[in-house]
Design a protein around this ligand. Sequence first.
Ligand SMILES: NC(=O)c1ccc[n+]([C@@H]2O[C@H](COP(=O)([O-])OP(=O)(O)OC[C@H]3O[C@@H](n4cnc5c(N)ncnc54)[C@H](OP(=O)(O)O)[C@@H]3O)[C@@H](O)[C@H]2O)c1
Length: 251
Amino acid sequence: MKGTVLITGASGGFGMLFAQAFEEQGYALLLHGRDKARLQLTLASLKRPELHRTLLGELSARKDVNELIDKIMLESDLVGIVNNAGFGTWGAFEMCENVPQLDVLRVDLLAPVMLSHALLPCLKKRQGFMVNVSSLAGETPLPYMSTYGAAKAGLTFWSEALRAELQGNVRIVTLAPGPSPTGFRAVSGAPKGKGGLFSTSPNIVVDAAMQSLAKGGGYCVPGWRHKALWCLQKLMPRILSLPMIARYLKP
Ligand SMILES: NC(=O)c1ccc[n+]([C@@H]2O[C@H](COP(=O)([O-])OP(=O)(O)OC[C@H]3O[C@@H](n4cnc5c(N)ncnc54)[C@H](OP(=O)(O)O)[C@@H]3O)[C@@H](O)[C@H]2O)c1
């Protein structure tokens, strides 16, 4: 075994595919999630489930994140973290309940920062790596998913800054996908079809992240559709893009 990789949000979507990809590369896995049954499905999808372990934990509560850290700290051979768990809420800011929106910030931004700060000494000791699953939602303000966009903008900036600080010690991938058919849309409450034009398979997303990691890390926008969306985000002035996105995402 090449060491242990922690994957948060491994109970489906990108997390499950990351589990399969890292197992293929010879790592032991610590698979985190909240839903025990779905986490077991991820485990069952692996070639040698007996080599991997599962960890349950709610990431919106500081106390739970600290308890999770204590458990992970018992791993002497942690070499990588995939900060993947996350969710968004769709709807007008004033209509969405406050607590779920605060939880978006806690799960998508605060938890990765807390986990990574505590576990970084292990990663540095083994010249390890981190994959931070951010989003193209962090590249442009996102009306009707405003808090999610803010969390992902924060995650991208934090991850990119860390990538420069830790160059030569810890490889970091800042993964910035656009829409992809996982459980994400249903959890957010967005209707089917939103973002469909740029939709890219989860396999392409995870493959791109793995390739970026193999090359030493970087800012990774997966697949040509997401790259095209990223180019649009960079080229279009905010005065045009904001009303356009607002019209498109308005409930
Ligand atoms: N799919 C997209 O279109 C898209 C695009 C850009 C970025 N992303 C990002 O990709 C990452 C993975 O999402 P996905 O697309 O694979 O969606 P997904 O299928 O809904 O998976 C989300 C994962 O996050 C976990 N999670 C959610 N809330 C949590 C909480 N409060 N505490 C602990 N774990 C929690 C879920 O665990 P349980 O199921 O066990 O609750 C699940 O394993 C997220 O960070 C998301 O923001 C997704």
